[in-house]
Write a protein that binds this ligand. Sequence first.
Ligand code: PHE
Length: 348
Amino acid sequence: MTDLLPLVHEAQADFAQAVTPADLENAKARYLGKAGRITDQLKGLAALPIDEKKARGALINEAKQQIEAALNARRDALALTELLAQLKSESLDVSLPGRRRGNGVGLHPISRARERIEAIFTSMGFDVADGPEIETDWYSFTALNNPENHPARSMQDTFYVDVKDEHGAWLNLRPHTSPMQVRYAKAHALKYAGQAAMPDIRVIVPGRTYRVDNDATHSPMFHQVEGLWIGENVSFKDLKVMYLGFIRAFFETDDVKLRFRPSYFPFTEPSAEIDIMFESGPLQGKWLEVSGSGQVHPQVVRNMGLDAERYIGFAFGSGIDRLAMLRYGVTDLRLFFEGDLRFLAQFT
Ligand code: PHE
């Protein structure tokens, strides 16, 4: 086979140079194809005398097998290279940090304000309650002594839900937290029914409220905190002392004054808006409205299931968003609800 050895080496070198499967197939054709050099050798056998044919044929076959082995080895090598390249291009680098769900930047400023309010009123002996945001006409309006033609009932102010209650009245998205006055007081009255004395009702109800309204100081969804204190001897004086204590604690200053400005609500009589004025700081000297309030109307006390001759008290409904705006110096209410992290991150 000595004369065939250079041919085998040539083929091996040729295959080794093939970089792509196509290169390799072309190289293969040069040796093993129809006009390839091994094929030529085999064709040459025909001219040999019979006794040389066998030995020569065996040599050629041996060379052919070596060339085929080189071809297969190179094929495998190229396939492996290709596989590795593909794996590399599609691979996941598990050492890279993954895409994580962002950590919250902190409590929303409205939640922070609500938590402050809850902490302050809890320290003054108030319970904290929660109520339904989808209300019945009775709790939102009728129980609160709203006349049938009161504007709060109208479609311009209140969002209605396309579902009716058992009396055929549309459900509403509560336009204030006041419905909870009656819900909470009724449950409290029921709990102590038949007993000689009932502990005072003292509760705040923070929560979401809804009105058809949208500008820099009004959002269709906003937050109120209702307050209710009912007992046998609760007066406006208690409201004043309690509310001043709350405002001082909330804003962490004693340099603040309260003013009760006569107003009207169907469910309180007399009624007042509560304004506050800071005597120092950036808001100094301006009266700012923060709450509605009043002595609970006897009809509402009766709707709570209580004796209006015996029980008396006050209620207030303050804007949590308004309080948060004043505390954090925010001038556009809508910023609270746009979910912009650049804004929200400033409160942490
Ligand atoms: N519910 C009234 C409002 O939303 C506020 C209020 C509450 C007034 C309790 C008096 C008593 O404007």
